[in-house]
Design a protein around this ligand. Structure first.
Ligand code: F42
Length: 144
């Protein structure tokens, strides 16, 4: 069994603790936005450790759209690299935990369709894209 290493960002680690510790009944939204969050459990590609990454809950049918925005920072978040190396993840959506496989969406028409859904769910994503030179990666998580 790999070791779980909490995020070094305190507010993120605290959200994971509350969300998971309550079995998906508490800590379900992003701070004061009231917008729903999921928890992605993934593997660190260098350490092999278990990482838990809260992301906005953006759905496309039975699938989830994962947006590697990191607030419009110049670099991709570390979890981007983890997911590229190990696409098998678990996604917790409230009390439901599912095994899923993620893929980065390369096709530009497909990416645009998913991006539009993501921005509708969480409008700041567009502000983040506007303030960074990188193209913010979009993943689709599908049931395995
Ligand atoms: N981030 C987003 O990008 N998109 C969202 O929609 C989003 C929503 C959201 C909602 C609630 C919430 O609490 C947080 C939310 N975040 C969102 C923030 C998100 O959870 C991440 O904290 C953020 O994207 C930064 O991801 P990160 O993976 O870069 O995290 C940093 C702080 C981190 O954990 N760094 C670790 C460290 O020790 O410095 C590295 C962890 C790691 O993955 N290490 C790898 C390993 O092998 O273990 C190696 C990785 C490498 O390439 O070096």
């Amino acid at each position: 069994m790999s070791e779980y290493i909490p995020s070094p960002r305190e507010w993120v680690a605290e959200q994971v603790e509350l969300y998971e510790g309550s079995g998906g009944t508490d800590g379900l939204t992003l701070r004061d936005t009231g917008l729903p969050v999921i928890i992605v459990t993934n593997k660190g590609w260098k350490t092999g450790a278990i990482r838990k990454t809260p992301l906005m809950r953006v759905v496309d049918g039975n699938n989830y759209i994962l947006v590697a925005s990191q607030g419009g920072a110049p670099d991709h978040p570390r979890w981007y690299h983890n997911l590229k190396a190990e696409p098998n993840v678990e996604i917790r959506d409230e009390a439901v935990v599912r095994s899923m496989r993620v893929r980065e969406v390369a096709d530009s028409a497909e990416r645009q369709r998913l991006w539009d859904i993501a921005v509708k769910a969480y409008p700041p994503y567009q502000e983040y894209q506007d303030k960074t030179d990188r193209v913010i990666p979009v993943f689709l998580a599908e049931a395995v």
